[in-house]
Design a protein around this ligand. Structure first.
Ligand code: CA
Length: 230
C-alpha cells in the first residue's frame, strides 16, 4: 500500500482528500502547518506528497525547495490560482505535477496514481539499466566499461544535463538556455549537430547502445533502456 502525505491547512479539504485516497487504497497522513512538514519527512516515509502552496508557518514553495535538497519524493503541488501554475513551472521547483483548486477528488486520485506509475516505470528502467557513465569535468572525458571518449565543452555540458535527469525530456531551447550564456549566437540546429557528434562518440565507447534519444517534436532525453525511436 502506498502512502500519501497530505499537507493542507483547510481541514475540510484535507479530510476529503484523505477519504478519497483511502478509498483508492492509499494510506494517508495529514499535516496542516508548513513548519511540520520537513521534520515529519525526516522521521517518516511517504510515497508522495500533496503539497498546498499557501500554508501557515512555511509556504509550499519554500518547503519544496528545501525538500529537493535531500529527497526525490514525488510532489504534487496544489495551488488556489490557475495563473500561478505557469509561474511555478518557471521556477523549476522539481514538483512532479500541479493541481489547481477547486479540483475534483477523483481527478486528484487519478493524478496521484499517474505520478506514482510514471516514477515506478522510471525506477525499474534505472534498476535494469545500471549502466554508469563517468564524467570528468576537468578533462571533458566520458568513460564507461573501460573505454573513454573525449568530448568538447558543449558536448560535455549537454551530456551532463541529460545524464543527471534520466528520462526527462529537454527541449532544444531549454538545452540552449542551460548551456549558452548568450542564446542569440546559436540556433536549434546547433544543438542538433552537437548532439549528433555526442551520440557518435558515445556509440564508439558503448557500441549498440542508444543513450541519448531524440523525442520527435519535443527535444532530447537520456535513457539507457529505451529502444531507438520509442
Ligand atoms: Ca492553504
Amino acid at each position: 500500500m502506498s502512502h500519501i502525505l497530505i499537507v493542507e491547512d483547510e481541514l475540510k479539504l484535507a479530510r476529503l482528500q484523505a477519504d478519497y485516497l483511502q478509498n483508492a487504497g492509499f494510506g494517508t497522513d495529514c499535516l496542516s502547518n508548513g513548519l511540520e512538514v520537513l521534520p515529519w519527512l525526516k522521521a517518516n516515509h511517504t510515497d508522495l506528497i500533496l503539497l498546498d502552496l499557501m500554508l501557515p508557518g512555511r509556504d509550499g514553495l519554500d518547503i519544496c525547495r528545501e525538500l529537493r535538497s535531500f529527497s526525490a519524493v514525488p510532489i504534487i503541488m496544489v495551488t488556489a490560482r490557475i495563473e500561478e501554475i505557469d509561474r511555478l513551472l518557471g521556477l523549476e521547483l522539481g514538483a512532479d505535477d500541479y493541481i489547481c483548486k477547486p479540483f475534483s477528488p477523483r481527478e486528484m486520485v487519478a493524478r496521484v496514481k499517474a505520478v506514482l506509475r510514471r516514477l515506478q516505470t522510471q525506477t525499474v528502467d534505472a534498476a535494469v539499466g545500471a549502466l554508469k557513465l563517468k564524467l570528468d569535468p576537468h578533462s571533458f572525458r566520458v568513460s564507461a566499461e573501460g573505454r573513454e571518449a573525449e568530448l568538447t565543452l558543449v558536448e560535455f555540458q549537454l551530456l551532463q544535463v541529460l545524464y543527471q535527469q534520466p528520462g526527462r525530456i529537454f527541449s532544444r531551447s531549454k538545452l540552449m538556455d542551460l548551456i549558452y550564456q548568450d542564446q542569440r549566437i546559436v540556433s536549434d540546429r546547433t544543438i542538433d549537430s552537437h548532439i549528433k557528434k555526442l551520440r557518435k562518440k558515445l556509440a564508439d565507447i558503448l557500441p549498440g547502445q542508444e543513450l541519448v534519444h531524440s523525442v520527435y517534436g519535443a527535444g532530447y532525453r537520456y535513457d539507457p533502456q529505451d529502444k531507438v525511436g520509442d
